[in-house]
Design a protein around this ligand. Structure first.
Ligand SMILES: [Zn+2]
Length: 677
């Protein structure tokens, strides 16, 4: 193939991927050549007659695999945001090959010998702080991949990794297929209770599915939650709830249960090979939390107060339900519906009254302006750059001196071919090893498209959350790409995203940007005050649905012999043991818990959101104490965290920002879990 864009250097502005020219058939040869090139580069490192130096080994590794990195980034981003059958087939084919390639490098004995030699002499190499940390991380990464094992154990590690990569890929594809294949098609008469925005989103969804004139609710969270909140049709709420919670659990070709069993068995085996009792022990050893006991301790600190708060919430829901004539117990598909009624009654707050003030474009502008005030960066739209879907918008980011900082892609709408949830990713990482390389960052959301698109308060929070990750990538100022932006410990990575959410809910922000989509009027002060007063409302429910999933993740990965587990039974028994309220569903049930099984990133790590929340609540309290949410001195110190990437220990970074270690008090208060709330 002569016209494969991956085999050319890109002349697009800012080195953007030439999306308009990239086709699915370009990926396989580019992957193949990328792997081959990197293997040759590694051979050059290990074959060098010169004795190991930081430059000829670690920096040479940083320089290796450039083509593979470029094609992988484009591929996996497109496969997540805008996939199709051709890309899915490439993913299935290459997931195990890429895993094998990575393991081949990670288990290369000659390469490890050079790294180990440097590591042993690290104190005398005259390294800068970032270099020393980079060397230590390389050494640890190799050890944790099995570099110290016997040859036959290494072989087993490699084949497990390869198999896991296939299983993760299949798991995600199964969820996507269930989401794509299912829809609740409705007529006018079925919409009772739905406010205007939910009706117009359902009409839009139907139109996209080619059933114009009717209404459709898909399994995207942004479509499901409004329906469960507003539809007075209990029968339809139940149908939708059951489909939503059964994603990935339909018997047949897309059933995820057998995949989970195999994934768990393989993870446990890898952990045992590396000398750990369980996968959780292995995984947590390289986090801030360090141990399963520390994670469990944190989760249990919120679990009992959250259940207590949820009990109180349920009592109120039951009162409303009985007044409305429901004499049966509250079911999971009822909670959001009656909670909304209680919220309306107690806080005089109606989601349908709030939402017209949360126009997507205005909230995006709010996020940009917040970044400008805190960190001195500006966003200018570039409609001239290639995109992979017409819904994607592109922005150039510059600093106060007018210097180019990076490119930001915003992909906000739900569609088939996009996986569910919201996430940040990169097409290119920042680095400065051989001259400045600016980052290309993307945020994906799954908002229901409307005219205009209106967000819930939670959607707006998600928007800011992902944008916080985006800034972590954009503000990165490191030398080595392995340390860029979000390449931090997994239980620290949610700190920059979660602390940024606080600025969305700041009254200063809402007064300026929460404007009615028709009149342009700012949100009335009384409504704003009621909205803020209601922030701890239903937090018992929210904490329980999250912490239940986190406890499930922790306990499952703590099993030392999960091969014998029946996952459905394990889920049932665990929920019984921890006293999960029956009318609250898990935020993610096992068969679609993509954090855990569509990749290994959050396995035994779903607690990370809460861990980081200790930091973000405590950290934002510093701004509150200063009496100015844009306090320049604090903002400058916070920016240092966003810029540092993985060049320093996370707790040291936090202390430098806050002047002390965090305490949990602010988190409990923010969730309304302190006594008397
Ligand atoms: Zn996040």
């Amino acid at each position: 193939m002569t016209d494969n864009p991956f085999f050319e250097s890109w002349t697009t502005p800012f080195g953007m991927p030439p999306f308009d020219r990239i086709r699915p058939e370009h990926f396989p040869p580019a992957f193949d050549r990328g792997m081959k090139e990197q293997i040759a580069e590694i051979a050059a490192i290990t074959g060098s007659p010169a004795s190991p130096s930081f430059s000829n080994t670690i920096e040479a590794l940083e320089r290796s695999g450039r083509l593979l990195e470029r094609v992988s980034r484009v591929f996996f981003n497109l496969d997540s945001s805008n996939t199709n059958e051709e890309l899915e087939a490439v993913a299935r084919d290459f997931a195990p090959k890429l895993a094998q390639h990575r393991m081949r490098i990670a288990l290369d004995a000659d390469l490890f010998a050079r790294i180990a030699d440097l590591h042993a002499r690290r104190a005398s190499l005259g390294l800068a702080v970032d270099q020393l940390r980079l060397l230590e991380r390389y050494h640890l990464r190799f050890v944790r991949s099995g570099a110290l094992l016997r040859p036959e154990q290494k072989e087993r590690m490699a084949s497990i990794s390869e198999r896991l990569a296939s299983l993760h890929t299949l798991f995600g594809q199964n969820v996507l297929h269930d989401e794509r294949d299912w829809r609740l098609v409705l007529d006018e008469k079925d919409l009772h209770g739905l406010p205007g925005f939910a009706r117009s989103a359902a009409a839009q969804a139907a139109k996209e599915l080619g059933i114009e004139g009717r209404y459709a609710v898909t399994l995207a969270r942004s479509a499901v939650e409004p329906f469960l909140t507003f539809s007075s049709r209990r029968d339809l709420r139940r149908v939708l709830w059951e489909a939503w919670t059964k994603r990935g659990a339909h018997e047949g070709a897309s059933d995820n249960a057998p995949l989970i069993r195999e994934i768990m068995a393989l993870r446990a085996e890898q952990a045992r090979l590396l000398g750990y009792e369980s996968f959780a022990d292995y995984r947590l050893d390289d986090t801030m939390a360090k141990t399963t006991t520390a994670v469990e301790g944190l989760l249990l600190q919120v679990w009992e107060p959250a259940k207590e708060k949820a009990r109180g919430e349920r009592t109120k829901l039951e009162e409303v339900a009985r007044a409305e004539g429901l004499n049966e117990p509250i079911e999971p598909w009822d909670w959001r519906y009656y909670a909304e009624k209680v919220r309306q009654a107690e806080y005089d707050l109606d989601e349908a009254e709030v939402k017209p003030y949360f126009v997507l474009d205005n909230m995006v502008q709010a996020a940009f302006d917040t970044a400008h005030r805190l960190f001195g960066v500006s966003f200018t739209e570039r409609a001239d750059l290639p995109v992979y879907h017409p819904d994607v918008r592109v922005w150039e980011v510059r600093d106060n001196a007018g210097e180019h900082v990076g490119i930001f892609l915003h992909d906000n709408f739900a569609r088939s071919g996009k996986r569910s949830g919201a996430w940040m990713s990169r097409y290119r990482d920042q680095e400065a090893l051989d001259g400045a390389v600016a980052p290309i960052v993307v945020n994906n959301n799954n908002f229901a498209k409307g005219a205009p698109t209106l967000l819930s308060f939670d959607d707006a929070r998600t928007l800011f959350h992902e944008f916080g990750h985006g800034l972590h990538g954009l503000l990165s100022r490191v030398r080595y790409r392995s340390q860029a932006g979000t390449a931090v410990r997994q239980d620290f990575v949610e700190f920059p995203s979660q602390i940024f959410e606080h600025w969305m809910a700041a009254p200063e922000t809402l007064r300026s940007y929460a404007r009615h989509y028709q009149t342009g009027e700012p949100i009335p002060e009384a409504l704003l005050q009621r909205l803020l007063a209601a922030r701890t409302f239903n937090q018992g429910f929210a904490t329980v649905e999250y912490a239940g999933s986190a406890l499930f993740d922790l306990e499952l990965h703590r099993e030392s012999e999960p091969e014998a587990l029946d996952i459905a039974r394990f889920e049932r028994e665990l929920l019984h043991r921890i006293g999960m309220p029956r009318e609250i569903g898990l935020r993610h049930r096992p068969a679609h818990f993509q954090h855990l099984f569509a990749g290994g990133g959050y396995a035994a790590g779903y607690y990370a959101y809460l861990w980081a929340e200790v930091l973000d609540a405590d950290g934002f309290a510093a701004f509150a104490e200063a009496g100015d949410v844009f306090d320049p001195a604090l903002a400058a110190r916070l920016k240092d965290i966003y810029s540092a990437g993985d060049t320093r220990d996370p707790m040291a970074l936090y202390r430098a920002f806050r002047g002390r270690e965090p305490t949990i008090a602010a988190l409990l208060e923010q969730r309304g879990l302190t006594a008397g709330q």
